[in-house]
Design a protein around this ligand. Structure first.
Ligand SMILES: [Zn+2]
Length: 163
């Protein structure tokens, strides 16, 4: 499906300006992530060399955001802004994160605004969730562990293992 769309677009050229040949264009996205300076992500993608229209703007936006998310998740820069970036880039509401961590939503707000020192362990959990989110993980283990801590599962009396 994706391939067909791309081929068709190449044949028809730019939907905006009619330029026949598409090329590789570079875009720059800037994210406020709680580092000393904004994080700049350069993305190369198919687009119109004349007017700059991207063939797949949503994919470009997502790829840039995921690249930034990975860097932030692995950065160890524990602060309110990086916490907010991790949360918001995963599309999570503050109240969802609060519920996940068994905290009041006010606590999340105070952390994100640096009114209160945030718990590095909570930041770590969010970063692990972010890494699983980036990988589009069909097995989001961190989320499952958090859910299980809130509502423990039935456990088997014995296990069988083959080696
Ligand atoms: Zn164009």
């Amino acid at each position: 499906m994706e391939v067909e769309t791309q081929t068709r677009q190449d044949r028809l050229g730019c939907a905006r300006c009619g330029q026949v040949r598409l090329g590789i264009i570079e875009q720059q996205r800037t994210f406020e992530v709680g580092f000393e300076a904004p994080l700049v992500v350069r993305v190369e993608s198919t687009g119109c060399e004349r007017c700059g229209r991207l063939a797949k703007p949503a994919a470009v936006a997502r790829a840039a955001a995921m690249a930034a998310l990975r860097v932030v998740a692995m950065s160890g820069r524990v602060n309110g802004e990086s916490f907010r970036f991790l949360r918001a880039t995963m599309g999570l509401q503050a109240k969802e994160v609060a519920h996940m961590l068994g905290l009041g939503v006010g606590t999340i707000s105070r952390w994100e605004n640096d009114v209160r020192d945030l718990d590095p362990r909570a930041w770590t959990l969010l970063a692990c969730l972010a890494l699983e989110y980036i990988d589009g993980d069909g097995d989001p283990r961190t989320k499952k562990v958090l859910d299980a801590v809130r509502e423990p599962h039935a456990v088997p009396a014995q296990l069988e293992v083959r080696v």
